[in-house]
Write a protein that binds this ligand. Sequence first.
Ligand code: ADP
Length: 336
Amino acid sequence: MFETARLKLTAWYLVIIMAISLLFSVAIYLNIRNEFRRFERISEVIQIDENRFVVPLRQFPEPPKIDATMIQGARIRVITALGILNAVILILAGTAGYFLAGRTLKPIREMVEEQNRFISDASHELRTPLTALKSTLEVHLRDKNLTLPDAKKVLEESVTDVNTLQSLSDSLLTLAQYQKPNGQTPMESLEIPVLVQYAIKQVNPLAQKKNIVIKKHLENIHVSGIRHSLVDLLVILLDNAIKYSNPNGTVTITAKKNDKNIILSVKDEGVGISKKDLPFIFDRFYRADSARTKSVKDGYGLGLAIAKKIVDLHQGTLRVKSTSGKGSIFTVTFSA
Ligand code: ADP
């Protein structure tokens, strides 16, 4: 598909360039032809009037003899030179056009490929739990001895599965929103401690469940950004820090500013991330072994992919340092 589009675009570039080149060639040729005609006329006048001058022209230095054959020869040479020039332009423009068409279409091709990957990843992630849910329900529907308490239990489990699927589809929607270029999003000046407060409110139930303390070291700084996106970013980082911490642990959130940057970090003392997993944790649907083997599935590997998109949207950087078994620190840097 893209090869055909590339060839079509090249053809259009060629049509435009060749039309301009041919127009110039015709203009040059017409000009030169007029000049030849002028020479022809001058040489005729010289031959007719030679004997009528008081001082015969012969006494002047001999003027160049221009005859019809010379002019015809010159005309053929000009036409050949213009033809060769146009052929060279055709070859050069064809090659350059093909190269430029490839470059023009590259970002579009990458975007379409990325979207296709996203759709196939998303449908794969949705299909697996849906198939499992469907077969569980079918098996129980066929069971003639199914008691009411059993049926209630199955329904309760199914509701839990549906809730997980709902949160997966919500995350997919959020990611898709950050995926498309959304032009100029209006940024506002936001107080970091207020954003942190909003985020902590959302993750508090989980922290309390695991008896985890969230410590704050926050300077009263402002950041330019989109409120709900920055709260989402903090929720993702805090939620992960709590999820991957051992019970009774501590999570620390810090915000400070230097001359150039605003630095936000979320630190935990949890399971950490192995060296092998570190390069991939920001990829969509990537889950480290430690997360995959958990008995309860509490994530789909979308959080950090969303976090990365949010940071990119704010032209910041997101880095991680982690030691397996000791904990992790995620650092976001925005320019001040
Ligand atoms: P998930 O929903 O699985 O947490 P994320 O995209 O948020 O997805 O994280 C991707 C993977 O990175 C996780 O599966 C986990 O293995 C690892 N990870 C993220 N944050 C932490 C953390 N604070 N401590 C340990 N591992 C983490």
